[in-house]
Each structure stands twice: as C-alpha cells, then as structure tokens.
Design a protein around this ligand. Sequence first.
Ligand SMILES: Cc1cc2nc3c(=O)[nH]c(=O)nc-3n(C[C@H](O)[C@H](O)[C@H](O)COP(=O)(O)OP(=O)(O)OC[C@H]3O[C@@H](n4cnc5c(N)ncnc54)[C@H](O)[C@@H]3O)c2cc1C
Length: 606
Amino acid sequence: MTVQALPAQCDLLVVGSGAGALSAAVTAAHLGLQVVVVEKEPVLGGTTAWSGGWMWIPRNPLARAAGIDEDVEAVRRYLRHITGAHYDAARLEMFLAHGPQMVDFHLKHTALRFIDGNAIPDFHGRAPGARTGGRSVCAAPFDASVLGRDLQRLRPPRDILSFWGISIGGDLRHFLRSGRAFDSLRYVVGRVVRHMGQVLRHGQGTTRMAGNALAAALLKSALDKGVQFHTAHPAVGLLTETEGGRARVVGARIRTPQGERTIRATRGVVLGAGGFPHDPQRQRELFACTEHHSAACLGSTGDGLRMGESAGAQVDGTVAQPGAWAPVSLVPRLDGSVAHFPHLIERGKPGLIAVDRDGRRFVDEAGDYHSFMRALFARSAQKHPGQPVEAWLVCDHRFQRRYGLGHSKPFPLPIGWHLHTGYLQRADTLEGLARACGIDPQGLARQVAGYNVHAREGRDPQFHRGEVPYDRMQGDAEHDGPNPCVAPIERGPFYAVRVVPGSLGTFAGLRGDAHGRVLDAQGQAIAGLYAAGNDMASVMGGHYPSGGITLGPAMTFGYILAHHAAGRALPEPQPAAADSSTESLTAAAAAAATATVPSSSPTELA
Ligand SMILES: Cc1cc2nc3c(=O)[nH]c(=O)nc-3n(C[C@H](O)[C@H](O)[C@H](O)COP(=O)(O)OP(=O)(O)OC[C@H]3O[C@@H](n4cnc5c(N)ncnc54)[C@H](O)[C@@H]3O)c2cc1C
C-alpha cells in the first residue's frame, strides 16, 4: 500500500468509492485518464461492499451465452409498465444499450468476473414483459489476497450479514441448511477452515463474495490501471469557474489529515458519494415517515447532493419513491450500539407472516422488500395514522430453527442473546407473544387461525403468497408441501421480530442526462460535473422493477460517463440475434453516444 500525497491536479476526480464511482474510475483510467479517487471513510467500497452485488443488466453477455437472447422491446414493455409516467426514455435507452457492453468491458479488460442471474426473476412477475431470469449478473467470488497490503483499505463484509466475518454470497443456502443437511455442513466446515487459514495469513478472510467481491475486483482493477486512492479524504466543496456566463466545475476542496487542499480536475469531477441514506435533514424533506433506519454505510450523508446543488444542480424529488425501502430490525450489540438488519431473505420461507399492531396481515410477505414497505406505509397511514410505522414478523419454533428469523440464526446456533436483549420475542401461545410485542392478542390469534386453514393446503387466498416466480425463488424448494412459500404456523413456542422502515439506499438524486452529466435548473449540463450511483436520480424514476436496479445502472453510467469525460465515443451496442428492434436501439444509442462528445476531444472508439 503506497500512501501518496494528494496531487494538485488530475484528469478526473472521483468522489466516493462505491460501484458508480469505481466503475467510472476504472473505465476512465483504461481510456487513458489520470484518475484520483477521494473517499471520506478509512475504507473503500461504500455500501456496495456490503451489498448483494447483483446488477440488473438485461440482455447481458452471460444470458446470451446461455441462449437467452431476448427482444429489447420486452424489456422496454416491462419498464414502461412499472415506471409509468417516470419512464425516462433517453437514459433508459443508454442503459439498455451499454449495460451489456459494460459487462463485456470488464470481462475483457479488468479483474471483475460475473456469475449469471439466469434463474433470478424480476420482482413483478405479473407485469407485461417480466422475465423469470436472464436479466442480471452478480460479481463472481474474488480472491482479495491479490490486493496485497491494499486489502486493509477494502471495507470488510458487513458484520451482521456475515457469519463470523466470512463473506457470504450465493452460498448462503449452505450456511442456513448446515444444521440439517450433511452436504451443507461439509461445505460450511470447509469454508470455516479456509477462512481461519486466511485470517492467519492475511489478518482477515480473503474469499470475498457478492458486493464485497464487486468492490474488491473494482479496486484491484483500478489499482492495476494506476488510479490513485486517498482514504479519509472527504470532498467538502466543488471548485467552479465561470465560462461564457456559465459555471464550470474544475476541481474540489478536500479535507486531508494535513488540512484542506484543493485539487483541479481537467476532465471533470464525478460525484459518487452514495446519495443521502444518512442525511436526516434531506430525509425530513423527502421521506414521508419520521423514523428511518438505513442499512447503507454511514459515510453517505448527502455530501454529493449538497455539492451538486452548490454548483447549480437540482435534486429530483419527483421520483415515485425517494428511497429503496426495506424492512429492517434493530439489533442491539454488545457494545451498546444498534445495527440495522435488512430483512431480504427469510420473509419468503414457508411459515412466516407479517402483521401490524392489530395482528392483521397487510402484504404478500414473500414479495420484494420495497413492495413490503410500501404496503406497510399504506397500511399504517390508513389504519394507524400518527403512530410509529412498524410490523412484526411472526413464526413458530420450527421456522425459527430451520431458517432463522432476522438476525437470530437457525439451528444449531443459539438464540439466547437475542431473547435476552428483547430483539427476539418468544411465548408459548400466540396471545402471549402478541402481549409481549404490543399487538392485539385476539387479532393475532384470529389472523393465524384464518391463515392456517388455507396454509395447510399451501394456499394464501388473502395475498397470493408463492404465486409469482420471485416469491417461489425466495421460498424453500425443499419444503414438504405444495407451495414453497406457505406453511401453517402451528406449534409453539412462537417468535416475533419487530421491523421498522429502512432502506438499502436512496432514489432521489441529482438530475442528470444520458451521459451521466449533472443538469442545472434549466436542464443544461453543468460543464465538468458528473454523477454516478445514488448521487444521480434513479434511472427507474424511483420504482423498483427488479433486484440489482441500483448497482446495474451505477456500473453502466459510471462506464458511460467515463467515455464522455475522456472524449471517447461509446462503442456500438451489439445487436441481439432475436431482437426485432435492434436497429432502432442501436441507432438511437449510437446517435446519443456521439452527439455530445466534446468536439475538442478525439472520438475514436475505445
Ligand atoms: C444489505 C444490502 C444489500 C444490497 N444488495 C444490492 C444488490 O444486490 N443490488 C443492488 O443493485 N443494490 C443493492 N443494494 C443497494 C446498493 O448497495 C447501493 O444502492 C449502492 O451500493 C450505492 O452505490 P453508490 O455507487 O451510490 O455508492 P456507495 O457504495 O454507497 O459508496 C459511496 C461512498 O462515498 C463515500 N462518501 C460519502 N461522502 C463523501 C465525500 N464527501 N467525499 C468522499 N467520499 C464520500 C462514502 O463513504 C461511501 O464509501 C444493497 C444494499 C444493502 C445495504
């Protein structure tokens, strides 16, 4: 690890080190720019390094290689249906045209590899154009020991989402089944032994999965291409100059351990500071609820948005939802702090329901996290106005021991600490459980009895749990019953965990164009200012069509804006064999790609 002094000048200055920022940094360095990344925290990777690492990239090369060669019009139909009035044709066309190319770029030129999402369904399976797979990729596991001493600068996996510090990804299933299946137990023992060996050699586990693998591979690629990193160097303001009566961003002010310094950036500044998941003031302005517990990293306090505004940019508050909602539970830790655990996995397993304080269900619990929260917001506003927005996930002993509930893990791991802190509530009867939680006891008993009648037959006439592909993927394929998402809740003791509003990130961000440039109040690009990741307003208009719709666009627009900053035309998108609309897509994207490349810059293809 070489710690360099912040230079006085570079070509491209990148603020933050999540997916959007690092995608821009790696691509720009590949295109020949001298790139400097400044990161506020002591470690690199942002929330990206804690994420699932899934990127929604329809028509990606891995899907095509598997013979999934879908018509882009089906993707457009799906997006039009989900995003409605927020359909942003210009930006979405660029995303659809260059997302697959971004994946190709990494396969050819960087250390990042992918696993396919060919069996990962879209969130809204009933919508026209929805697919049951082939629209996403995830970062492949990465051996982070290749980072050498720079491993210390990579954000470790999130403690409450890992097992004993082991980075978990597609192998989560084995960790959850290890108490009851020998093949999984053998796998887990193998990983634990390897992990311990890595800790002895490198001070930490080096097999990185999911979002941590994404951050690690991007970091390695950036270092290989000569990108300079400065951790604990927050950007605190932009440097602007006036050019022909208009503001131009020419660099930034950085807080360094030696005091504030300025750095000039001849090709521009990229804001990639991760949106505003921990900016209480912006949340008060844009979020409907007062209480919010984001699972995103603490460094993202809205700095990028504020810096953008200082240069004349606007935050788009008109998006459908300002945040990527997820139910979280509040986990007390030994040191007295409270961790925010996002409930992304267990809600779809058979034998769990979510209820409000009346003991009533309000949603298909197996559906996606964003829809879960929207239903809870609606229910709370209708039935419990003025009261805290909260719900309880309720299950029986069999469920808790088989799948775990929130941060309380399945058999053979103990649950005593969670019972002691009150995180996990337990009672022999449903009425007792309801009283412990502050839920209406009769309401809960009635609800469970009614649910059980149909659940015994694997049905959920109330909310149709398990009837769409996404639900079934979240269920338990080994469940002994007709529906992988539905089982009765019958034998005590019963358990509950309280969930409250949280998020995986934010959707409201700076208004931008199809090249990742930030726009001013008149809709004109602010010269020298780009945004990537959640600092840019969601290309989905604040809707959540599928898992991976933040990282996919973050990676793609990082790639796109780097070409623009380098003055390089984007390569022509590859046509798909079965694509009836390829011509129009190719022409539109190619026209957009070349139209605004600075005339003073070379326009050769990368
Ligand atoms: C548990 C979990 C799972 C998720 N899984 C997925 C998934 O599978 N797919 C998906 O698409 N999304 C997922 N998300 C959401 C996704 O991780 C985030 O939306 C995404 O990582 C945001 O990326 P970003 O590029 O905006 O920046 P981030 O990764 O948030 O990084 C921003 C960085 O900027 C730094 N920074 C802030 N201010 C400054 C400053 N002033 N100067 C310098 N640096 C600064 C921060 O410290 C941080 O390191 C998940 C989120 C969570 C919490």
